[in-house]
Design a protein around this ligand. Structure first.
Ligand code: CAA
Length: 258
């Protein structure tokens, strides 16, 4: 991989987008590598949480690569959008929990890839925004769909139509960031959260994730029905037997299904 780094330790994968000279902007090659990386991760049982971040102290991802897009045709633009559609879809729906460690600018495609993660932890210097309409285009890697689902239609339209960059505290206030921490503590904070998540039932978490993701795309009754089905499915696992027995026997549960 030319543009990504991945380290795996204690069932946590840290994936770093590594194009610091362009503030980790996403070109087609990086999007293809992200897709390949997420395809690999979703099959790996030794990875339970993925932390996605950008290299350096200034930027998470400053958007899609403008130098690649400037002369691209409509067909090439669509191909790029579909590359992101596939890669971000994999990221959004993989059985592992995904945490975006937003260490600076999360603009355009950067804000969009963070929104395909389950949880966003922002450093104090993080800045979020969707500047595309100022470039004569519109958010193309999920911004028009995932932003309103996260912060509501009115706030999403304001952010997209004004191109305003918001700081980490404002992102937290509107529900775009789950938490704001000092930059120096960002990765450690995410790893601590990952460790807590890994101590719970990983298979049950993957079912809950699936229920939440699918449930938000269907009507309430279908979502509730899906939840009942997955709740039932969890009763077939060793973890459910162990987790509930451990509670009744007043001991720590050892949950291992994934
Ligand atoms: N694409 C390509 N290169 C980029 C880039 C991007 N999105 N963002 C930054 N860079 C490059 C700059 O061109 C510059 O390169 P050079 O050193 O070769 O000149 C380098 O990264 C450093 O950037 P700046 O000198 O501009 O750094 P700054 O601190 O002055 O400003 C910034 C930082 C505010 C993030 C500014 O770089 C910026 O506004 N970047 C563009 C942000 C943007 O518009 N993103 C949306 C892209 S469109 C998109 O993402 C579409 C979509 O929905 C998929």
């Amino acid at each position: 991989m030319n543009n990504l780094l991945m380290e795996v330790e204690n069932e946590i994968a840290v994936v770093t987008i590594n194009r610091p000279k362009s503030l980790n902007a996403l070109n087609s090659e990086t999007l293809a590598e992200l897709n390949q990386c997420f395809c690999e991760i979703e099959t790996r049982k030794d990875i339970k949480v993925v932390i996605l971040t950008g290299s350096g102290e200034k930027s998470f991802v400053a958007g899609a690569d403008i130098s690649e897009m400037v002369n691209a045709t409509a067909a090439e633009g669509r191909t790029m959008g579909l590359l992101a559609y596939n890669a971000f879809g994999k990221l959004e729906n993989m059985p592992q929990v995904t945490i975006a460690a937003v260490n600076g600018f999360a603009l355009g495609g950067g804000c969009e890839i963070s929104m395909a993660c389950d949880i966003r932890i922002a450093s104090e210097n993080a800045k979020f925004g969707q500047p595309e309409v100022g470039l004569g285009t519109l958010p193309g890697f999920g911004g028009t769909q995932r932003l309103p689902r996260l912060v509501g239609k009115g706030r999403a339209k304001e952010l997209i139509f004004t191109c305003d960059m918001i700081d980490a505290q404002e992102a937290y206030r509107i529900g775009l960031a789950n938490k704001v921490v000092p930059l120096a503590e960002l990765i450690d904070y995410c790893k601590k959260m990952a460790t807590k998540i890994i101590s719970k039932g990983s298979y049950a978490i993957s079912l809950a994730k699936s229920a939440i993701n699918t449930g938000l795309d269907v009507d309430l009754s279908s979502g509730l029905k899906l939840e009942a089905d997955l709740f039932g499915l969890s009763f077939a696992t060793a973890d459910k037997k162990e987790g509930m027995s451990a509670f009744l026997e007043k001991r720590q549960a050892k949950l291992t299904d994934f």
